[in-house]
Design a protein around this ligand. Structure first.
Ligand code: NAP
Length: 354
């Protein structure tokens, strides 16, 4: 198979750099375009990007010229890491011009004809794309991945929803600084501090999970019928969002059954052996003091959600703690996995294995 050409828009930012890391040596995709704002356009990537990752910048991109964002990029798939307030019209123009846009931005996540996808959770929601193309007349399409905090929550809830049903969920997040992009939150605001407000985050946490855990019903998603209340906080951690969750199920469950539901869960990407899929979608840790961002965020190359501290909840039924890597599973890694699933399902000019 010839590799499928892919590009990144917003390539210089926190999520864009993760895309570069994941795509520089991908078995199915070849990175042909890097694009960012007019502040970066025309410069070599090595100069335009303030590289934040501990691993070195891939040599193959260092001298690549960053382009202006335009619908005529030389690639079939566009990975979008643009800020939410600029992504909408840009992604729309690219989808109309024929690109498959895999977006991290919030602009289209809740649109009724746009899949909001975690391949282990709701791969069948890709079925919305037929409706999307028909309604909008686009040659391409848009597929989104969820808010980085909603991603970890939905990963932990999906096996529980399947096994016991969900009635009510209460969640308190402790979100990493990198979730705000670069340079993000001012150091004087976050060092020695907790910020109990992240603009727009709580409403995303209270809506996106119900769409992802909903059922594809013809041309729309019938949202899952449970209630969520979220408190979102920014804390002085570099990467990895921690969430304390209380949950009430549709039927009674024991601690043993809950752990079995998590440990036994295997999604479609694991069965298909997709390149970015972790071996374990969920890792349930037995220790009393896990998960922790410092120790667990890189589980499964940042694609595994770690859960622990399962215990009875006096208000709802059970409570636990989860941890998910915000720029990998919650952003670039999630988008690349979406594109891998689409590749094996024949959405591109080349199909792996054929
Ligand atoms: P970021 O670090 O601020 O990077 C933003 C990128 O977009 C940069 O490449 C920037 O280019 C480009 N850009 C900014 N304004 C632009 C404009 N007007 N026109 C064209 N390009 C522009 O942000 P981020 O954290 O990577 O987030 C990117 C997206 O992913 C956002 O929608 C965010 O909500 C979402 N997301 C982020 C995370 C996370 O953990 N950080 C997780 C999930 C989803 P220049 O360098 O040239 O300015």
């Amino acid at each position: 198979m010839d590799k499928i050409k892919v590009g990144i828009i917003g390539a210089t930012g926190a999520v864009g750099q993760r895309f570069v890391q994941l795509l520089a040596d991908h078995p199915w995709f070849v990175l042909t375009e890097l694009a960012a704002s007019d502040r970066s356009a025309g410069k070599p990537y090595g100069e335009a990007a303030n590289w934040l990752l501990p691993e070195p910048m891939p040599e193959s991109v260092r001298s690549t010229t960053v382009r202006e964002i335009a619908p005529n990029l030389d690639c079939e798939i566009v990975f979008s890491a643009l800020p939410g307030d600029v992504a909408g019209p840009v992604e729309e123009a690219m989808a109309a011009a024929g690109s498959v846009v895999c977006s991290n931005a919030s602009s289209f996540r809740m649109a009724p004809d746009v899949p909001l996808l975690i391949p282990e959770v709701n791969p069948e929601h890709l079925g919305l794309l037929a409706t999307q193309r028909q309604r909008r007349g686009w040659r391409g399409c848009i597929v989104t991945n969820p808010n980085c905090t909603a991603t970890g929550l939905v990963a932990a809830l999906k096996p529980l929803q399947d096994a016991f049903g969900l009635r009510r969920v209460f969640v308190v997040s402790m979100q990493a600084i990198s979730g705000a992009g670069y340079p993000g939150v001012a150091s004087l605001d976050i060092v020695d501090n907790v910020i109990p407000y992240i603009g727009g985050e709580e409403s995303k946490m209270e809506t996106e999970p119900r769409k992802m855990l909903g059922r594809l019903d013809g041309d729309h998603i019938a949202e899952a019928d449970f209630r969520i209340s979220a408190h979102c906080n920014r804390v002085a951690v570099r990467e990895g969002h921690t969430e304390c969750v209380s949950v009430e199920f549709g039927r009674k469950a024991t601690a043993e059954e809950i752990k079995l539901a998590w440990q036994g869960y295997r999604g479609l990407p694991q069965r298909l052996g997709l390149p970015t899929a972790p071996e374990k979608f969920i890792d349930a840790r037995p220790e009393q003091n896990r998960p922790q961002p410092l120790r667990d965020r890189d589980a499964g190359r940042g694609m595994t959600t770690t859960v622990g501290r399962l215990r009875p909840c006096p208000l709802l039924e059970w409570k636990f703690v989860l941890l998910s890597h915000n720029t990998l599973r919650g952003a670039a890694g999630g988008s690349v996995l979406n594109a891998e699933l689409m590749a094996v399902q024949g959405y591109f000019s080349q199909r792996p294995g054929s």
